[in-house]
Design a protein around this ligand. Sequence first.
Ligand code: MF3
Ligand code: CO
Length: 261
Amino acid sequence: MIFLKTDEEIELMRESNKLLGMAYGEVAKAIAPGVSTAQLDRIAEEFIRDHGGIPSCKGYYGYPATLCTSVNEVVVHGIPSEKVILKDGDIISIDGCVLLNGFQADSAYTFPVGDVNAETMRLLRTTKECLALGVEQAIAGKRLGDIGFAVQHHAESAGFSVVREFVGHGIGREMHEDPEVPNYGRRGNGIVLKDGMCICIEPMICQGRRNLIFEADEWTTRTADRKPAAHYEYSIAVRNGKADILSTFDYIKEVLGDRFI
Ligand code: MF3
Ligand code: CO
């Protein structure tokens, strides 16, 4: 069942997303060679709690941390660890959720660590463009398949592949609500988008093949060919016919400056 949100509810979701975006700004300041993913997780958790939010991934189906920290070939759900130390040339996606005033925020961002090779930078840029192109399709009267097609077409035209096992989703009082929002599809297929729908669009794009391996910890998901994958995510609302982006990368941009892609 899809819950349409009122303008008031959408404004509350913007607030939770602002807090998540600010927490990502704090994490961005710390991302550098030599830093552990556990350290990044502590920064995010402390910031979110200090500002009255709940890091809602923690405890979700037993997930043990505030952030998913997915390095290089890890596509999603990498568990923060003291043993995973970032090094020059890595990429790391951070993905987390905040519950504030009863509403969830969900957003993800993939960062380069130090100097990253040109082909991997192209993967990051393309994945971010996929997100923007998906968002562009999130307007009243379009269908979910229009979003999926836009993402898939851009990724595959660039020579990359699209993850099928994980998809975007509705969001609201729950982190995951209906509908599912695939990053692949056909134009004109799927349900029609309407004002008040709040969804997460989250392309997960692989540099090589899209086949995945699920590690024994039951969370960490990596590419089978161990080539890197990238992931960017926004929570958005369909409002006044258009996509209203509720998440923000502005605080990340402030920190990265010229390095922001
Ligand atoms: N934030 C993720 C998403 O985009 C969910 C993470 S799973 C969790 O849907 F267990 F870590 F919460
Ligand atoms: Co999500």
